[in-house]
Design a protein around this ligand. Structure first.
Ligand code: CA
Length: 468
């Protein structure tokens, strides 16, 4: 073992499932308040352009663990499990003396080569897991726990930290199931928002004019929410518009109630770090595996490269290096998490990893050669439920170019039915809500050419293959 005498920080990596940044008050939420998550931002840094490279659960989790894109780690869709024999950051930290654990959501397969690897302790939900009285798999053994899942994961996380060896640093992944569909709040927050209306977003009535068939055809509209999502059927006699608004209120209130429990429980974790005298020496991260549509563009769910689903909340506190209340607008990716943790552990960044350590950004310095664009790819094509088309694209600070190549290409959870390929270009400064596709506008022809070339380069750099 090396690095024992270095002052290496603990890492508390809290992640939720499907928590959009625009449902966090530190990000200017118009729909809720999250005082405990805001504490991390106020005492640390808020990243405004942290993006996932594939906006769907298992693939984002696989990228976070391995530091590589999904065509490299093999988890392109929800139908792929993570082969645990590959290099992951927990394995490297564990091998170098860190105490490592994952508690809560795993969602990358079970049994054989698919159980969590690189952890001294793991206790995870099978697949999506249950909100109430969940069964969990503790180091391979199934057991049912009484209570609400977010409380249980937090209790277990605190207990694991308490029982650790204080002489060695720890890395704990405390990963919540909430606020994943089908949103089930705990008793404490069941009646929150009962007497108020949650405001509808600017793009609630998006008619997809100018946009791709991919947007028009997607079946994740608020209208598509079912009785299980809304915990009941709409009252009789409502107009279609009234039914949509009714469903939106039902959906959002339960979603936000689940988040209220996360916020409380993050507060408990932060309080515990204070009590235990660990706050100074522990990097605390709050993120989610991707964003989510909160009625934006008339949708729920994620998958698309549009902002609401592409953007991950990413809040980091580490008093030794981060200036309180900082805001960063550099482009940061989920491929960067693993390299960052390795750098803090004084370990080399593994040659296979495709991200970069963000440690300089946390210290308030953006390197001159920091990326100015990112590559995104959603592989699932016509999954039989949400019906989003496969696509890839590039986002720079000012523009987003998306190519819906719309083929299954043999991926799991995809239907082998091609759709005509389509392009979208958004001028993000002029059109932050991405309502106006300007791909065919002559005014943007030069921009399209430049971005297309840059996209091809990003694809090559990522060791992926463009579709021609
Ligand atoms: Ca997710």
């Amino acid at each position: 073992m090396s690095g024992q005498n270095l002052n290496r920080p603990n890492i508390l990596f809290i992640m939720s499932d499907d928590h959009a940044s625009h449902a966090i008050s530190a990000y200017g939420s118009k729909v809720n308040s999250t005082p405990n998550l805001d504490r991390i931002a106020n005492e640390g840094v808020r990243f405004d352009h942290c993006f996932c490279t594939n906006s769907i659960c298992a693939p984002s989790r696989a990228t976070i663990l391995t530091g590589v894109y999904n065509h490299i780690n093999g988890v392109k869709t929800l139908g792929d499990d993570l082969d645990g024999r590959q290099v992951t950051f927990p394995k490297l930290l564990q091998a170098d003396g860190y105490q490592t654990a994952i508690i809560g959501k795993w969602h990358l397969g079970h049994g054989g080569n698919y159980d969590p690897t690189g952890f001294d302790y793991w206790n995870v939900l099978p697949d999506q897991g249950d909100y109430n009285n969940p069964e969990m798999i503790e180091m391979g053994n199934k057991k049912r726990y009484e209570g609400y899942v977010t409380d249980i994961i937090t209790d277990m996380s605190v207990d694991w930290i308490k029982a650790r060896d204080p002489e060695r640093p720890f890395m704990l992944m405390s990963h919540h199931k909430a606020p994943h569909r089908h949103w089930e709040p705990d008793k404490k927050h069941m009646h929150l928002y009962e007497d108020i209306d949650i405001p509808e977003p600017e793009t609630f009535n998006d008619d997809y004019a100018t946009r791709s068939q991919a947007a028009v055809q997607a079946k994740m509209r608020i209208d598509d929410l079912n009785d299980q999502d809304t915990k009941g059927t709409p009252p009789e006699g409502l107009t279609p518009e009234e039914v949509r608004s009714w469903k939106y209120q039902r959906y959002m209130k339960d979603y936000l109630r689940c988040i209220a429990s996360i916020d409380d429980n993050v507060g408990r974790m932060l309080d515990y770090l204070d009590e235990a005298g660990l706050a100074e020496d522990t990097i605390v991260i709050y993120t989610s595996d991707q964003g989510f549509f909160l009625g934006d563009h008339g949708w729920f769910d994620k998958r698309f490269m549009y902002e609401e689903s592409l953007r991950m909340p990413f809040l980091v506190r580490y008093p030794r290096e981060i200036k309180p209340g900082s805001v960063n607008s550099d482009i940061v990716l989920n491929t960067d998490f693993a390299p960052t943790f390795l750098e803090y552990a004084y370990l080399p960044i593994h040659e296979r990893m495709q991200g970069k350590s963000i440690r300089p950004l946390l210290r308030g310095v953006t390197p001159d050669d920091w990326r100015t664009s990112m590559y995104y790819r959603y592989w699932m094509h016509l999954d039989g439920c949400h019906e989003v088309y496969s696509h890839y694209g590039i986002r720079t600070h000012d523009y987003k170019l998306i190519y819906y190549y719309a083929q299954a290409l043999g991926t799991t959870d995809s239907r082998d039915e091609n759709r005509p390929p389509e392009w979208e270009l958004f001028d993000l400064k002029q059109d932050p809500y991405e309502l106006n596709n300007v791909y065919d506008s002559p005014k943007y022809a030069d921009r399209v050419a430049v971005l297309t070339t840059e996209l091809e380069q990003l694809i090559a750099d990522a060791k992926d293959e463009a579709i021609h």
